[in-house]
Design a protein around this ligand. Structure first.
Ligand SMILES: Cc1ncc(COP(=O)(O)O)c(C=O)c1O
Ligand SMILES: Nc1c(O)cccc1C(=O)C[C@H](N)C(=O)O
Length: 411
């Protein structure tokens, strides 16, 4: 195979149908940002949208904005905008609260829908908040928590076949390895065993097309600050399948999830659709950034996004092969999300040395170097340069410089 050159990559950028989206993000000069799987870049439209919300809607229009600016309905309006990105109907998704809180609500709702069963099946090595929330839910609900290797189909099938699993919680894409799970097949397997499924979409939404309704998923949650670029701590979302709307009962029954909140009634009555998953007042200013981002996402062809994502990850894997690091991410493109994870015992200083050169990836203990590929603002030439930098840092031993072994950063 002829080696790929930088001019080849520049040519691919020239032909890239998604190339124009890069201009819709504000990116620092001289930085190749491969951490959009942790915190996405800033959409150029977001600062203006936030300023309008603050200065006009809040500053001038004050309380009237709950109605006039659509603040009250924002969780539903944003849910409807997000719905096509996850293959759901508009009324099956609401935006609000954080991923952890929504996980809590979805897991309790699922347990209540399957009262004869008492096990919550999670996955070994899932993102810690998923594990901790599951533990908390199990304790409160008098349920039992079990964990399985989500990438071992026989183990998963065996755990489900036990016949006592009320709900299965899995990440669609693993935050550390980047492994993509077969949502359709696993959901089918769970249902065949009488188990409901909650999918965590944090690392797949905005990275690839998702078909929640098509796969028959029961519930799903996800954040909006990674590939969806809504900013740090941006409101999350929750999906509840239409068929569960009448029976599902989430536990944080606040007034924003009430059927008639302005009756100020003393009794709770759930709102229709996924709206019943809302609890209290939502962060309207933060929602403005998400709205700016989702407006941009309405124009994204998810098939092209996935094609480019696969091409970028392929390119990075190919071009870093000579560095000799172990590939943690599945080599088959259809089994990975939009990230590449590599293993090296000195991963931390290697990532720091790369950051010093303007290539921003991250490190996850104990030894994983993670690189996220956001197809809307990354160019093929960026990926080529980042891969060359990694190979050079590893080969030259530059990472041994004592300044790269400094105290570990929080992210
Ligand atoms: C799989 C997964 N779930 C949940 C979260 C975060 O939850 P929260 O948005 O509540 O901090 C993350 C990342 O922070 C994650 O990677
Ligand atoms: N949500 C984060 C935060 O509030 C602080 C720092 C990092 C994050 C992250 O999103 C981490 C990310 N989920 C990960 O996959 O590691």
């Amino acid at each position: 195979m002829t080696p790929i050159t930088r001019p080849d990559c520049v040519r691919r950028d020239d032909e890239d149908p998604l190339a124009g989206f890069r201009r819709e993000f504000l990116l620092p000069e001289g930085v190749i940002y491969l951490d959009g799987n942790s915190l996405g870049a800033l959409p150029a439209a977001a600062p203006g949208r936030i300023a309008r919300t603050v200065e006009h809607e809040w500053g001038e229009r004050l309380i009237a904005s709950w109605n006039d600016a659509g603040w009250w309905d924002k969780p539903r309006a944003l849910g409807a905008k997000l719905a096509p990105l996850v293959g759901a109907a508009p009324h099956e998704v609401v935006v609000g609260d954080g991923t952890s809180a929504n996980l809590f609500k979805a897991l309790v709702a699922a347990l209540r829908l399957n009262p004869e069963r008492h096990v919550v099946l999670g996955e070994k090595g899932n993102f810690p908040t998923d594990l901790y929330i599951t533990e908390g839910v199990a304790e409160i609900m008098g349920a039992v928590e079990r964990r399985v290797d989500a990438d071992n189909r026989a183990a998963l099938a065996g755990a489900l076949a036990a016949g006592d699993v009320a709900v299965l919680l899995l990440s669609h894409v693993d935050y550390r390895t980047g492994a993509l799970r077969d949502m359709a097949e696993i959901t089918r397997l769970a249902h065949a065993n009488g188990t409901l499924v909650v999918w965590d979409l944090c690392h797949s939404v905005g990275a690839l097309p998702i078909e929640l309704a098509g796969c028959g998923v029961d519930f799903a949650v996800g954040c909006t600050y990674k590939y969806l670029n809504a900013g740090p701590g941006a409101p999350a979302f929750v999906f509840a399948a239409q068929r569960h709307h009448s029976a599902a009962r989430q536990p944080l029954t606040g007034w924003h999830g009430h059927a008639r909140p302005f009756d100020f009634s003393g009794e709770y009555a759930p709102a229709e659709g996924a709206s019943s998953f809302l609890s209290g007042s939502q962060p309207v200013v933060a929602a403005a950034a998400l709205e700016a981002s989702l407006d941009l996402w309405q124009r994204v062809d998810l098939r092209l996004l996935r094609e480019k994502s696969v091409a970028l990850t392929e390119l990075f894997i190919e071009q870093t092969r000579s560095a000799g690091l172990d590939l943690v991410t599945p080599p088959e493109p259809d089994r990975r999300g939009s990230q590449v994870a590599l293993r090296h015992p000195e991963g931390y200083p290697i990532v720091q040395a790369l950051i010093a050169r303007g290539v921003v990836g991250d490190f996850r203990a104990p030894d994983v170097l993670r690189f996220g590929f956001a197809p809307l603002y990354l160019r093929y030439a960026d990926v080529f340069d980042a891969a060359s930098a990694l190979v050079e840092v590893v080969r030259s031993g530059q990472w041994r410089d004592p300044r790269f072994a400094a105290a570990k950063a929080v992210t």
